[in-house]
Design a protein around this ligand. Structure first.
Ligand SMILES: CC(C)(COP(=O)(O)OP(=O)(O)OC[C@H]1O[C@@H](n2cnc3c(N)ncnc32)[C@H](O)[C@@H]1OP(=O)(O)O)[C@@H](O)C(=O)NCCC(=O)NCCS
Length: 199
């Protein structure tokens, strides 16, 4: 099993389609989770969820640039609590741009515990320190206040509205991998985001 990194309460690891399909299907068949996502058709069965995880892994392998989506596993219970991703933003035609986004999806039962923020800190560390990205963006639907709060907890800066990505109106946030990011690390997140890039 390949761990990308660990945080205080989470393991961020590659998907294991056979093992993870059922738990992941439960997360993504909840309309509270998918309400603001709108990325393609909702998964109808555990089998199609399994195929999606296989496709995710295959896409990451093909890109071979360290980006992808990973399972967030709660150490205390060994349960998948969500997805954390770092990938190239698609333009309005779905083609990958040279801009990178961080993103988070949690199962509803795990909202309100700081897991998206904890995984987000780790993912920004990974993107800046391992992949050496100069800037990492987040795009959020303007009404998705919970996700906007995550960007604020991560110290990301609001740039404004954009229709450049995904072909819809989104709020664009950025984090810059220099002094601004160090500010976040010194705001009490020092224990999170220990890299283990042994992919
Ligand atoms: C967006 C989403 C991940 C936010 O989840 P969240 O639980 O609010 O965010 P966090 O994991 O950072 O948790 C922060 C909350 O936990 C609380 N919290 C508890 N313990 C905490 C800790 N140790 N550290 C930080 N926050 C903690 C915070 O006070 C905050 O609650 P509040 O907003 O009521 O003040 C979640 O709503 C979700 O998965 N939505 C569906 C998918 C989605 O829309 N994704 C975003 C697409 S852009």
């Amino acid at each position: 099993m390949t761990h990308l990194f660990e945080t205080e309460r989470l393991i961020i690891r590659n998907w294991i389609p056979e093992h993870d399909a059922e738990q992941t299907f439960e997360i993504y068949s909840d309309p509270k989770v998918t309400y603001f996502l709108g990325n393609g058709s909702p998964v109808a069965t555990i089998e199609s969820q399994r195929q999606r995880l296989i496709d995710n892994l295959e896409r990451s392998r093909r890109r071979n640039n360290g980006t992808g989506s990973w399972a967030m596993v709660e150490k205390a219970t060994n349960t998948i609590v969500g997805t954390i991703l770092l990938k190239q933003l698609p333009d309005k035609d779905g083609l990958p741009t040279q801009d990178y986004e961080v993103g988070w999806h949690l199962r509803h039962a795990s909202w309100g515990q700081g897991y998206a923020t904890e995984a987000g800190v780790g993912m920004l560390n990974y993107g800046f320190n391992v992949l050496k990205l100069p800037i990492i963006y987040a795009v959020v639907r303007p009404e998705n206040h919970a996700s906007i709060r995550v960007t604020q907890r991560l110290g990301m800066k609001l740039i404004g509205h954009t229709k450049q990505y995904y072909g819809i109106d989104l709020l664009l946030f950025e984090s810059v991998g220099n002094g601004e990011w160090k500010d976040v690390e010194t705001r009490g997140h020092k224990d999170t985001g220990t890299q283990r890039n042994d992919q």
